[in-house]
Ligand binder design. Sequence first.
Ligand SMILES: Cc1cc2nc3c(=O)[nH]c(=O)nc-3n(C[C@H](O)[C@H](O)[C@H](O)COP(=O)(O)OP(=O)(O)OC[C@H]3O[C@@H](n4cnc5c(N)ncnc54)[C@H](O)[C@@H]3O)c2cc1C
Length: 401
Amino acid sequence: MRTAVVVGAGIGGIAAAGALARTGWQVTLLERDDRLRPGRGALVLWPNGVRALRGLGLAGGLDGIATPVPPVGIRRPDGQWLVRPAAAAGEDVESPPVVVHREDLHDAFIAGLSDQVDIRNAIDVQPARVRRDRPAVGDGRSTFEADLVVAADGVQSAVRRRLAPATTFTSAGFAAWRAVIPWYRIPDLPPGLPPHGETLDGAHRFAFASLGERGSSGGSTRGGISWVATVPGALRPEPPAGQLALLRRWFAGWHAPIPQLLAATEPDDLVQDPIGELAPLPETFGVRAGAGGYALVGDAAHAMPHHLAQGACLALEDVATLQAVLTNVPGPLGPALDEYSRLRRPRVARVLQQTRKASAVLQPRGGFTSRAMGAALGRANPRVLDRAAAAAAEWAGPASS
Ligand SMILES: Cc1cc2nc3c(=O)[nH]c(=O)nc-3n(C[C@H](O)[C@H](O)[C@H](O)COP(=O)(O)OP(=O)(O)OC[C@H]3O[C@@H](n4cnc5c(N)ncnc54)[C@H](O)[C@@H]3O)c2cc1C
């Protein structure tokens, strides 16, 4: 039986562990945290992410937990349109993205793990314990060897730091906060507000989406409203209550429901993230070692700013592709890992390019005034963002990466 060690139990790692185990591999899943925890907040899954889930046999897990988010346009802080929604502009909107609570998605993935997965918590893999001559990793106390090591250990990946040391995280000059206000704390909002929206001034960005009320999205008991706020600058050192006070000040006077949502948010709801990208991309996402090797997956391979909300979708594409190239490989894994990288790296580079285009329009370095922002969006063609999003979401399946 083939063996795999998966490092990191985020979306990419749990999906990879389940995918390999369901195709007959013996899998060990290593996580540095003391238990498997779902990420906080919510995720938008674009059609490519949903297609990848379908390829992994997990799309059924979205039943009852996914809420569609058709294009809704972009507003200025005073509520005026910067970009009208595609549907209002007379365009067809097929297969809109969906929003899911990360806890719901985590549960769906856990349900997809088979008993072929041995889960080891509190294992903090160290770069110096990643072997180049054979697929083996360790934390200084134990060593884990297998035919394949899947590096799904996120943006600061210890495995990538050893295998692709030239690749580092480069800040985009922004920090982001995300939160879900649970359904039982949702504030009274003015009637007629759309269930999701996005608002920009030239530097700050606020996006929100309803996850539905309890029971209204079927099996999920985690309805509520999810929001993401992005602002220029580095991570804030204040405790969460201080960060929340700053957010309320930065977005004071913005149109409804933004101040109301921030007022209903509690410090413990907040998650703060640095925004940036891995540069340069690792030369290869598949690294041969002995008769086996390593596969880089998700943020460990290609973390990028969240402007097109594609990071988790790409991680799922990675896993669907990895599963496809590894099916029924009789001999050494090298050729399959080369094929994995051949399929994935150009696709990721294209999405990164679209993300940079979107970032340049949505949150340029140095910022814009609101008026310059409107002019810039007008000049750049208001559909530039729709086109970037559509290009990123174009992915037909593992063979077409
Ligand atoms: C504000 C924001 C909004 C976003 N919105 C979206 C969205 O709407 N849609 C979308 O598709 N993407 C979105 N993303 C991107 C998405 O969150 C990430 O791309 C995705 O979560 C990456 O998953 P991952 O499994 O690769 O990494 P992670 O989720 O970072 O998981 C890595 C795991 O590895 C573990 N680990 C780390 N180091 C070690 C080690 N040395 N040893 C053992 N374990 C280790 C960690 O504890 C963690 O469990 C967003 C990102 C941000 C910042």
